[in-house]
Design a protein around this ligand. Structure first.
Ligand code: UDP
Ligand code: MG
Length: 320
């Protein structure tokens, strides 16, 4: 066997928000399940926890020769998406695994990720096995609806039971680190990047200690954020609506004008003056909405320019 210093490193990026009770069992699970043959960098990102999370991490002993533990402490709670981004910026591995600290993402699955990675996959995505017990009904339905909308609106395909438990190769990490946009969904951006993808199923466990920090309110915010981030269709909605209204009420107005005033009501419609007025007003509203849509188009352009995503992504030749 090679000396352990020459082995490639795999980083585990573990965002933590008030996870003090879960840290030790998490590391224990890593010690017993991570396969031999690599060095592991456990990079905890303390996302402004108000409990003993950071202190617990600083007292941790790796428990294995091929394992190091580091902690990146954020100054306050920035949210998981930003915490993971910070970890990806900072990690040193030839690949990184993004994993929750609460043991809902079983570290035992990582060995399957690594196998797929060794076979050439660059993005290995953990697929949650359908498990009715996993989340309350509202959350499940909400997530279903969210993915329906997201997939309908965005050009990147995103599987509903795909999680952010995933492993990404160094080439993907480097490309990811070029993203400059501020409101972000890590998963969505990784999906946007493409690369050779592989899926690995895992059975989600229940949270070991504590409550899920993602309230329905936070999740809704995240969902809205990612729809706005991944798609420009909502911006154009007003414009489409305006077009429809203008066309419909414009033609209706034209029919009424010809029938009533030019031909003197041969069909005996006897359209009241108030109806004429309503048709006229709705027609004008349609025009206003179209103008809004036009402004939306310009804002959409600004949006893409400001997000400043790379125009294209090259798959660098793999060194291995
Ligand atoms: N988390 C974080 N910052 C937050 C909320 C959550 O770093 O503001 C971490 C949390 O410690 C956990 C992971 O993100 O490791 C997933 O969070 P949680 O278990 O609360 O959400 P769920 O399992 O419902 O996705
Ligand atoms: Mg959880």
């Amino acid at each position: 066997m090679k000396a352990s210093t020459t082995l490639p490193t795999i980083s585990l990026i573990i965002p933590c928000f008030n996870e003090a009770a879960n840290i030790t069992p998490f590391v224990q699970a890593c010690v017993t399940t991570l396969p031999i043959g690599y060095r592991y960098e456990l990079l905890f990102v303390d996302d402004g926890s108000r409990d003993a999370t950071a202190r617990t991490i600083s007292t941790l002993k790796p428990g294995r020769e091929d394992m190091t533990i580091r902690c990146l402490e954020l100054s306050r709670n920035f949210g998981k998406e930003v915490a993971v981004t910070a970890g990806l910026h900072d990690c040193r591995g030839a690949a990184a695994v993004i994993i929750d600290a609460d043991l809902q993402h079983p570290p035992a699955t990582i060995s399957k990720f690594i196998t797929a990675w060794e076979q050439g996959a660059e993005v290995i995505i953990g697929l949650r096995q359908a498990d009715k017990q996993y989340a309350p009904w509202v959350k499940r339905q909400g997530s279903k609806l969210f993915y329906k909308i997201l997939n309908a609106l965005s050009s990147v395909e995103i599987l509903p039971n795909a999680t952010d438990f995933r492993m990404i190769d160094r080439v993907v990490i480097d490309e990811f680190n070029r993203f400059t946009e501020r409101s972000r969904m890590t998963r969505g951006l990784i999906d946007w990047l493409g690369f050779r993808r592989e899926y690995v199923e895992f059975k989600p466990a229940t949270r070991l200690h504590g409550e899920a920090a993602y309230s329905l309110r936070k999740l809704t915010g995240l969902a809205l954020n990612s729809i706005v981030g991944m798609s420009l269709v909502p911006l154009k909605l007003a414009g489409y609506l305006g077009l429809l209204i203008t066309l419909f009420f414009g033609s209706l107005g034209a029919v009424i004008a010809v029938e009533m005033f030019a031909l003197h009501d041969p069909l005996h419609l006897r359209v009241a003056n108030s109806v004429d007025l309503a048709v006229l007003i709705i027609f004008l509203i349609g025009i206003v909405l179209m103008a809004l849509g036009l402004i939306g188009l310009y804002i959409a352009t600004i949006h893409t320019e400001v997000a400043n995503r790379p125009l294209y992504v090259v798959r660098a030749p793999r060194k291995k």
